[in-house]
Design a protein around this ligand. Sequence first.
Ligand SMILES: Cc1cc2nc3c(=O)[nH]c(=O)nc-3n(C[C@H](O)[C@H](O)[C@H](O)COP(=O)(O)OP(=O)(O)OC[C@H]3O[C@@H](n4cnc5c(N)ncnc54)[C@H](O)[C@@H]3O)c2cc1C
Length: 429
Amino acid sequence: MTPLTCILVLGAGFGGLEAITELERRFRDDTSVELLLVDAKNFFLFTPLLPQIPSSYIEPRHIVQSIRDIRRDRRFRFLRAQVTGLDLTQRRVSTTVGDLPYDYLIIALGSVPNFFGIEGREHCFPLYSLEDGVLLRDHLLDLLEHADHESDPERKRTLLTLTVVGGGYTGVEVVAELRDLLFRHVAPRYGGIPVEDVKLLLLEAGPEILVGVDPKLAARARRKLEQKGIEFRTGAMVTTVRPGEVELKSGEKIATGLVIWTAGVRANLLLESLPVERNNVGRVFVTPELHLPDYPRVFAIGDNAVVRGAAAEQTVQVAPVAMEQARLAAENVTRGVARLPYRSFDYKPKGMLVSLGMNDAVVNLMGLKLSGYGAWLLWNTVHLLKLVGLKKQFQVALDWSLASLFPRDTSIIRRPHRCRFCHPESGGA
Ligand SMILES: Cc1cc2nc3c(=O)[nH]c(=O)nc-3n(C[C@H](O)[C@H](O)[C@H](O)COP(=O)(O)OP(=O)(O)OC[C@H]3O[C@@H](n4cnc5c(N)ncnc54)[C@H](O)[C@@H]3O)c2cc1C
């Protein structure tokens, strides 16, 4: 009997899921190949809609798809386990449920928030996982409940100063979502929260927001959000976060009720154990064929990899890049099994879509540059089509429609454990 070829894919995010489904398509009738997908979570998270969770615009479960549902009638196996180590010499991956040998490996373990060594990161709310989104949502709603009955006007204004750190597309979408929640939903319903006391602040260390987006569209996005009352401060590098305060490099201190951290990501820390070169945010350098130098059977894709020699926009940390690389890595594994030469990565960026809250967006898609309501409709359509699963598409479409007819559901499901009002002893955020 021919020994099985084991192909292991680590991570069931944009890259890993695309890689395993492409591998399955290519090896559908080849029973000599074993396909195994490993992830610590048993669901796929559609991150582009994550900013809409803290604002209670959509329900958290509607932006995730269980791997078991995606896997239905498929032949790849799924293992829910935390990867704990990578041994390229022994061709072995360690996990919380045991070691896994492999013949070919695709690493797609994504990123973690990058706090750039600031002090007080425990007082920030990152937004990377679904859990982050839900925690932030409950904490924000809790904060608003406290602000509503705060009798000291200065303290009320501090509580209602919400700070987003990081002016990339996530930060901009988050601050726009907060604005919708506070101005459209909270102000009319919380008698103790006058809109003039609400301050939405976005701090960006660099000279511009939305780097990578067409500069005219980025400027237009900033102008529109400023008109809606959002304050942008560029060249504002945060060095310390304390409960109720952020401090900038200049020494300036800003009183704030909440700090949301969207200032950047770095590659999964597991990659640090690999005997290969990495860039300043821990992404490994891969060859144009997407494998690690000296390890032709080990591929790294998406947020984990930088393609040597590729233009910067071809390896940015976005979903389309991860998916395109996944398809090529899967093809090259197939070619490796068939002893054919590998193909090289060649990708043309398709553009960028940034939501500016309800009814507004900026879009640069395949040369088409749009802003306003039309761009917002396009943003919604593209994201709805990209969601995995018809049920999820219906649920999100319904959430969006209901939000324009009915109030948002702002019930706090659990008592936020990081609330310094409910737990003064915790010194929480
Ligand atoms: C809030 C937010 C909004 C975004 N919006 C957009 C957008 O609008 N458009 C866009 O194109 N991109 C967006 N992105 C970026 C996009 O999500 C990433 O570039 C993309 O997910 C990268 O794909 P990946 O496969 O490399 O990693 P991921 O999709 O992050 O997948 C990594 C997987 O690895 C798993 N994993 C991690 N560590 C382990 C471990 N030790 N053991 C087992 N499993 C593990 C994770 O659970 C996860 O499923 C956004 C990201 C965030 C955080």
